[in-house]
Design a protein around this ligand. Structure first.
Ligand code: MN
Length: 450
């Protein structure tokens, strides 16, 4: 069994903040997650009785690197990349089964009312209640290859959502080709499944790859699928809730604004319409919410698979790259890399490669191996003491970028590379303490605190 609930059972009590009393749902998960982030705390949030709804809501599951490692089956956060790459290279295709708990309760036709789902408002300027945690499953209209992706869905009525197919990924391409055939695009929206399926859905992989194969690779076994009731799509049998429907080929309407990963409310939208044909769910489902905007959860979910993927491509060409980090502060636009430099110009080489591999990036800082790339003070210390602006930076103007960057001009932005690695003739010696002195200090502190 690979379900959301089996995963939730594997979490410790300390990892979960459970609210047993009724609580207003609008804005509450977002506000709680962001308040806790300020204290550097990233617990799973569990709302047993959201006001006005008859099912619990869980959120913030992806807010923590250690929990993401646990989801992927990696030994720890540092081991995530390797675990991910193994799943990518040894995918396990899903298998079709006869029935599953996701179809314990079925609503079709007049019985459909998605307004009864605990769909929350997340940020003040949002146009309404939004599903940001739905995995949209569709199929390539020509090849039939499945695609999993996230697209925001604005609740518009009992059987209608506005959608923005932002970043124009594979689903956008599928819809364009469906339209040419004069057809709507069938889509199933999955809410609540084993979080490994959520990680796989966030991966940016080739159009020919079914993200569910990677989910199988992570889980070490095939994901069981059942056929939808009203469309030709298969969904995880162990999911909590599935909304079956169609993206309309020939209709568009207002959608947004919505709080995006940049930390801004965005009015950009592809203005699509999603019409619901059926809702299937478990008898007692759990609704999974994802904290949107530039929350730890949203940014981590969006980038952990990308980090692993990009790191591997980088290392193929520059084997001395040791680590990569997309810091939360850079909201997908900044990355730090560390390398064991063997020749001058190697850091620039790695930086240029990285810009080529990820069009979102605007700033890459390269540092030596002794710098902790997860510690931004350490990064800035390296910039302060190992970098000269007249010789150690380069700018590439007018490169294709992500359109949600509010400072981009005509879909293009400049790329800034900063080489903060030591020059070969560097004179200064980094101050240090004898290891036994550090050990003494640590045990003295531990005694004091015991
Ligand atoms: Mn795809």
């Amino acid at each position: 069994m690979a379900s959301l609930r089996t995963f939730l059972e594997s979490l410790t009590e300390e990892e979960t903040l459970r609210f047993e009393e009724p609580l207003e749902l609008d804005y509450t998960p977002t506000a709680l997650a962001l308040e806790l982030e300020k204290e550097q705390k990233f617990p799973l949030l569990w709302f047993e009785k959201p006001n006005g709804f008859d099912m619990p809501v869980v959120a913030n599951i992806f807010a923590d690197r250690d929990r993401i490692a646990h989801i992927a089956g990696a030994p720890d956060a540092a081991g995530f990349n390797e675990t991910w790459l193994q799943a990518e290279s040894q995918p396990i295709p899903p298998r079709l089964v006869e029935s599953g708990p996701v179809q314990e309760v079925i609503f079709t036709g007049e019985e459909v009312d998605v307004q009864t789902l605990p769909i929350s408002r997340h940020f003040q300027a949002d146009a309404g209640r939004y599903i940001g945690s739905g995995i949209l499953i569709c199929k390539d209209p020509d090849t039939g290859v499945r695609n999993l992706s996230y697209q925001r869905l604005q609740l518009k009525g009992k059987d209608r959502f506005g959608a923005s197919l932002h970043s124009r990924g594979h689903i956008w391409d599928h819809l364009i080709r469906s339209r040419k055939k004069g057809k709507n695009l069938e889509v199933a929206v999955v809410i609540g499944a084993h979080p490994a399926i959520y990680l796989a859905a966030a991966a940016k992989v080739a159009m020919e790859v079914d993200e569910l194969d990677i989910a199988g690779g992570l889980l070490g076994k095939p994901v069981d699928l059942v056929k939808c009731r009203t469309i030709d799509i298969e969904v995880p049998a162990e999911a909590e809730i599935v909304i079956e429907g169609e993206l309309l080929a020939d209709e568009s309407e207002e959608e947004g604004p919505y709080g995006e990963y940049t930390g801004y409310s965005t009015y950009r939208s592809t203005r699509n319409v999603f019409v619901v044909k059926a809702v299937t769910r478990r008898e007692k489902p759990i609704y999974l919410d994802i904290i949107p905007g530039n929350s730890s959860e949203h940014l981590l979910l969006g980038r952990c698979a990308k980090e692993a993927h990009v790191f591997e491509r980088l290392r193929e060409v520059v084997p001395d790259v040791k680590a990569i980090n997309y810091p939360k502060s850079g909201t997908h636009f900044h990355a730090y890399i560390s390398l064991q430099k063997r020749a001058e110009g190697q850091a620039r080489h790695a930086i240029m490669l990285l810009f080529g591999l990820d069009s979102y990036l605007k700033l890459v800082i390269a540092v030596d191996e002794d710098i902790d790339i997860y510690n931004e003070e350490d990064i800035l210390w390296a910039v302060a003491t190992r970098f000269q602006a007249d010789s150690d930076l380069f700018v590439v103007p007018k490169v294709f970028c992500n359109r949600l960057d509010p400072s981009a001009v005509d879909g293009m932005s400049a790329k800034l590379g900063i080489d903060a690695t030591l020059p070969p003739d560097f004179e200064a010696e980094r101050i240090a303490l004898p290891p036994e002195a550090l050990e003494r200090a640590r045990s003295a502190l531990a005694k004091l605190r015991a």
